[in-house]
Design a protein around this ligand. Structure first.
Ligand code: MN
Length: 134
């Protein structure tokens, strides 16, 4: 696994093709480069190729789910410092707690609001940086 995150690179883990296309388009329009994965297994393969600046993580994935993958990435020294923003259709309070307990730095509710998506993402990432964790 590479040791340094690449500035401007975002890994999107999302099994829904429409959500992946929309997320990718919004990020690329804002100048990010996007690497996509459709499952936890694919995400691990992509992370061995390059470390992103941030990860957008769908919770419901085929096979290993997004929260399980998040727990593993946050307990791995190589990936623990990468902000992870959950994408979830469940914006209820108990799900929010479950998401943050798994180690996610924030979450964005689906359906994605195209007008606020980038601001929501930056807020989640900055919250992580402000906490002082490298
Ligand atoms: Mn999904």
């Amino acid at each position: 696994m590479p040791s340094e995150p690449q500035p401007g690179l975002v890994l999107v883990v999302e099994d829904n093709a429409a959500n992946l296309m929309l997320t990718k388009a919004l990020l690329e329009r804002a100048g990010y480069r996007v690497v996509a994965a459709r499952s936890a297994e694919e995400a691990r393969d992509r992370l061995h190729e390059s470390l992103p600046e941030a990860i957008i993580m769908d919770i419901q994935l085929p096979g290993e789910d997004g929260l399980t993958l998040t727990r593993k990435l946050k307990s791995d020294p190589a990936t623990t410092g990468i902000p992870i923003v959950a994408l979830t259709a469940y914006a209820m309070k108990r799900d929010r707690e479950r998401i943050l307990a798994a180690g996610c730095d924030g979450y964005i509710a689906k359906p994605i609001n195209t007008r606020t998506f980038l601001a929501d993402l930056r807020t989640a990432i900055q919250r992580d940086r402000a906490s002082g964790e490298a």
